[in-house]
Ligand binder design. Sequence first.
Ligand code: PAF
Length: 251
Amino acid sequence: MKIIKTVEDFKKIRSELGEKSLGFVPTMGGLHNGHLSLIKRAISENDVSAVSVYLNPTQFNDKKDLETYPANFADDCALLEKAGVDYLFAPTYPVMYPDDYKYMLTEKDFSHELCGAKRPGHFDGVLTVVMKLFNIVRPTRAYFGEKDYQQYKLLDGMVKAFFLDVQLVPCPIVREENGLAISSRNRKLSAEGLAKAPKFHEILASGGSEAEIAEKLEKAGFKVDYVTIKDKRLYAAVFLEDVRLIDNVER
Ligand code: PAF
């Protein structure tokens, strides 16, 4: 696996690849089996594969959340190497933001709902960094997990609004056997928290109105951030031991 740290180097490699299809998985590190499922698809469905590991500060409204994000670059590299990824793009802040985030991409509607209402500026940061990554990597296909379904929908809207030549591939949520959606943030939970966390998905899948689900979650020891049904999907975010967990199920 080749590790690339600058925009110029990645662009050079991309132009040398010519017409070859490139499957891309953007990540913030802290890689787990959820990422691995996207990476396996990117490898199997394209001529070459690329993963980015970049902990993007502009999408964190909470400094503590950014500082405690469980990422380990050496572990990530080992996992990517073992999976058979061709290129790892691992830039720094000055590389990604030569403008110091004076320019941003924003969406005026859905990005202010659900997670966007609770995390101001979050989706501006996501859309901006993914647009930058797409311009550098020029992927044929880009793979996103459906755990962040709102993120996927907003990126899909961005691709359509700006006529981007990339095919977004939404991938099903990868869950532990107990139903807990796999997430880097699960690593922040204590053993007790981890034992309680699967109740989150169990309650979401149990049916009922938004208010009934919120009540069941609070009773089970979660602090509810939001529970919203929209476009035949139930979205929810909760806090458990100060760790924010999100999930969604079709309705
Ligand atoms: O889903 C994520 O891990 C991030 O939001 C992404 C898409 C890599 C952008 O930083």
